[in-house]
Write a protein that binds this ligand. Structure first.
Ligand SMILES: Cc1cc2nc3c(=O)[nH]c(=O)nc-3n(C[C@H](O)[C@H](O)[C@H](O)COP(=O)(O)O)c2cc1C
Length: 205
């Protein structure tokens, strides 16, 4: 597999007023060439600063921020509920691009969570109810039994939004656009939130 588009991005990155618009454009390009282009690594931390990271899917990206959905009683949920600071990384090797975004998260509204929940396949909805995400399982049978129980419970009915499940929106205060260049002399442009606008700065690679 070869990188595409790197040559086209050589030279300085265009100045954009809104880095989120740039990330959206990059994501659209990535979707055409990268499997699971919306998979992003989400880092959270405990209140005493112990970090953890995992991949989640970016489900919404607009001027307000980045939205993802999860079990709010999971490890990431626990960490975000006690320490709202988070960071995400998107990497599209085929495009020679990396995006780093930092900020605090807020919960999406119940209406937003419900709207997304309704788009999920029934199997995923049953799984979300059944799996006590991040908790210890005795064995796989325990999970299978929980899934069976949930399936019976909602048999013939719509699966409702679980009270412990929903979205978070990361409100970016810093957005770094990284572009691969020869000899590791990559382009790094960071946008830092300033009032309603962004300050643009260059970082050494
Ligand atoms: C490609 C990919 C996409 C994923 N998307 C999500 C997601 O959108 N939400 C989610 O809760 N977990 C998602 N996961 C699973 C998480 O990586 C993780 O295993 C799970 O959320 C538990 O993490 P935690 O124990 O740190 O809370 C995804 C995993 C992969 C590999």
């Amino acid at each position: 597999m070869t990188r595409v588009g790197v040559a086209a991005t050589r030279g300085s990155i265009e100045v954009v007023e809104d880095p989120i618009a740039r990330v959206r454009a990059w994501l659209e390009e990535a979707r055409r060439v990268v499997p699971e282009a919306a998979a992003m690594t989400l880092a959270t931390a405990t209140t005493d600063g112990r970090p953890s990271a995992r991949v989640v899917l970016l489900r919404g990206l607009d001027e307000r921020g980045l939205t993802f959905f999860t079990n709010r009683a999971s490890r990431k949920g626990d960490e975000l509920e006690s320490n709202a600071q988070a960071a995400v990384v998107l990497h599209w090797w085929q495009l020679g691009r990396q995006v780093r975004i930092e900020g605090r998260v807020e919960r999406t509204t119940d209406a937003e969570s419900l709207e997304y929940w309704r788009t999920r396949p029934r199997g995923s909805q049953i799984a979300a109810w059944s799996s006590p995400q991040s908790r210890l399982l005795r064995d796989r049978d325990e999970l299978d039994a929980l899934v069976e129980e949930t399936s019976e419970r909602f048999s013939g009915d719509e699966v409702p939004l679980p009270p412990f499940w929903g979205g978070y929106r990361l409100l970016p205060t810093s957005v770094e656009l990284w572009t691969h260049r020869e000899d590791r002399l990559h382009d790094r442009v960071r946008y830092v939130r300033e009032g309603d606008g962004w300050r643009r700065e260059l970082l050494a690679p």
